[in-house]
Write a protein that binds this ligand. Sequence first.
Ligand code: MG
Length: 400
Amino acid sequence: MSSLKITDVRAIVTAPAGISLVVVKVETSEPGLYGLGCATFTQRYLTVAAAVDDYLKPFLIGKDPRRIEEIWQSSMVSSYWRNGPVLNNAISGVDMALWDIQGKLAGLPVYQLLGGKCREGAAVYRHADGRDVEELEDNVRCYLEQGYSHVRCQLGGYGGAKGIRNKTKNPPDGVYFDPAVYARDVVDMFDHLRGRLGYEPELLHDVHERVPPIVALRMAKELEPYRLFFLEDPLAPEDVAWLERIRQQCSTPIAIGELFNNPQEWVGPITRRELDFIRVHISQIGGITPAKKLAALGEAFGVRTAWHGPGDVSPVGHAANVHLDLAIPNFGIQEWCGLSEQLQEVFPGCPTVEDGYVYVNDQPGLGIDINEKLAAQHPCSNELPRWTLARTPDGTAVRP
Ligand code: MG
């Protein structure tokens, strides 16, 4: 085993739930020993696959897969211009696969390599939505009855359920919303929910960076009496200097970070204690190796984790999320969207949920595999998701 080498690195693209996923498989000179990692940047999946197949593969073949940190560092600087969602996701695919291999070599689940369990299961939150507050309330109750204690509440997805009163002439195609109407409706929504459900359920909301910073500040203040578990992405990464103003004026807990991909974006806000939950998309920052360092930074400043966990994370990425959730002391909450039957068929060994907690199995490594034959039966598509085409009433394209 002293001469263990990487023999192949390749991207596998598949869309079992209609969302394009990228998974990286790293094979080794030891027969049958391989690892899997998530490299999903769904809107640009072909570009990530090319970064893996055309650049990382020739760079990594012949290297020792046990040297995870060295491979992460040397891969990151090998392009000279570094970070960014494409290159970080490609490196994440390799990084998670190397942790998977390291676990298989040791005969231990990855959470053991990270220091062992701090908890038995990771508490999750689910997404409830509705066309009006009554429908939303029913959907929240449905999750509470299933044993979930944390629920994210939205009306009509991101940006509100109400239509636009007056568009311009010749309005371009898009998903229209009115930021001012949306901001008012969110406050009314929580007034309704708290009035009906009380304060026992932990409720969350995702602004998805859709309002101007001053409106986000006002929303955070107006929502303070409704005691949210957290308010997610009230600001875009470009506007994080406003976090300080929000912090000074209210105690609404703030979660931010799913668009971050460079440490410079989180070091300042964390060390100034301007957020409560850091919620990066782990493959988007480069995998388990940078995520464990980010978690440790948060621990030192009282910031908990809430890793991004929607449908555009592969089951391999979800497994990586949960291994970290179990092992880090400052875990906060895990976003969870459920895994379809097709996903579970293509990816044997998926994390499982029971009574509001997610669990991984105790198999060595990440404990998850891919059935490549089945994966090939679910081709990806280049069609952009509609929600990325956000527009305000005058037709301006805005951050989705
Ligand atoms: Mg979000």
